[in-house]
Design a protein around this ligand. Structure first.
Ligand SMILES: NC(=O)c1ccc[n+]([C@@H]2O[C@H](COP(=O)([O-])OP(=O)(O)OC[C@H]3O[C@@H](n4cnc5c(N)ncnc54)[C@H](O)[C@@H]3O)[C@@H](O)[C@H]2O)c1
Length: 307
């Protein structure tokens, strides 16, 4: 697993071989519906074993019954103990007792009370921050458990024999675009890129990779029918869930892909429905590059374990 290398956009318009995914075990949070279900189906088609951690017991059990190699584990990702159990049960279910891939997909979108005006005469109400609990705190719990399991499996030193492992975070167009009226959702999705920028240069020390999938609008249950109807009414095209599944396989199939973000896009923007936008580095800006290198060299080494 090479150290992080910037400025090399991934070609998403090529055929690829998923042979290395066969026999591996993945956890997909929020895998019972929508985009998560698409990741699950792609992983199963590539020969992986998959554990779904989701709140939706009806749909989760239905997928478990339909797809050989899937185990459903009821889990609220915003709850630490739930996630500890998810990882324990996934490791027990894994034919190798190892977890190779984790897709931190569980996420919600709610009307945002941070944006809401309570009225001239009102004492402003404390806003409901559940979106942060699920979309950010839940993912940080996942990231902590991922590094625990990956280090336990692979050790904490680089070695020739390390097995590939990969954490895939799920962002959104809201992770790099202006999205009015949704400060929590935007903050939580930009935060996925924050995690990427922190961990992509260090995770390789334990043989691990970290990438982000950024879906454009995909028709799922995340927004209301009215909200999706509005998207259509202004002439905006949707992306496809199955292209997100294909993008996941592209990332997992190539062990050199680390520290990159992939936009799931309508075909008019991306020939195969996903593209590396190359937005995580500053190849054209020598000043920003110099500042970034100084930042990386000077970052505090708090734990003394990894650089
Ligand atoms: N659909 C889109 O247009 C779109 C666009 C950009 C990003 N995304 C992101 O993709 C991810 C999946 O979204 P989707 O569109 O498939 O949504 P969805 O609502 O169709 O599915 C989300 C799944 O996550 C589960 N879930 C929600 N909260 C959970 C929790 N606390 N613990 C465990 N499971 C939980 C739900 O039960 C459901 O199965 C989210 O992170 C979302 O922000 C979606």
């Amino acid at each position: 697993m090479p150290q992080y290398i910037s400025n090399i956009p991934v070609d998403c318009d090529v055929d690829f071989d998923t042979a290395n995914i066969r026999g591996k075990t993945a956890i997909v949070t929020g895998g019972a519906n929508g985009l998560g279900e698409a990741y699950v189906r792609s992983l199963i088609a590539a020969g992986a074993t998959v554990c779904i951690g989701d709140l939706d017991t009806i749909k989760g059990r239905k997928l478990e019954a339909e797809l050989t190699g899937v185990k459903f584990i009821e889990c609220n990702t915003a709850d630490w103990d739930n996630q500890v159990r998810l990882f324990q049960e996934a490791a027990s279910f894994s034919p190798t007792e190892k977890i190779s891939y984790v897709i931190a997909n569980a996420g919600i979108h709610r009307p945002d009370e941070v944006f809401l005006y309570d009225g001239d005469d009102a004492v402003p109400k404390k806003p409901d921050l559940t979106t942060i609990d699920v979309n950010l705190i839940g993912v940080l719990y996942t990231a902590k458990l991922v590094s625990h399991y990956f280090i336990k499996q692979n050790g904490d030193k680089v070695s020739e024999t390390q097995e590939d492992t990969c954490l895939v975070l799920i962002g959104s167009g809201a992770a790099f675009l202006d999205c009015p009226r949704a400060p929590q959702y935007c903050a939580s999705k930009w935060a996925m890129r924050g995690i990427l920028h922190s961990l992509r240069r260090t995770a390789f020390y334990y043989g691990s990779r970290l990438n982000i999938i950024l879906p454009w609008y995909v028709k799922t249950n995340i927004l209301s029918d009215e909200a999706f109807a509005h998207v259509s009414s202004v002439g905006v095209q949707f992306a496809e869930a199955k292209d997100a599944g294909e993008c996941l396989l592209r990332i997992l199939s190539d062990m050199d892909i680390n520290g990159r973000s992939f936009f799931i896009a309508p075909r008019r923007w991306a020939a195969r429905g996903f593209i590396d936008l190359g937005i995580e580095d500053y190849p054209e800006d020598s000043l920003l590059q110099e500042i970034q290198e100084d930042q990386v060299r000077s970052a505090p080494i708090d734990l003394g374990l990894f650089i």
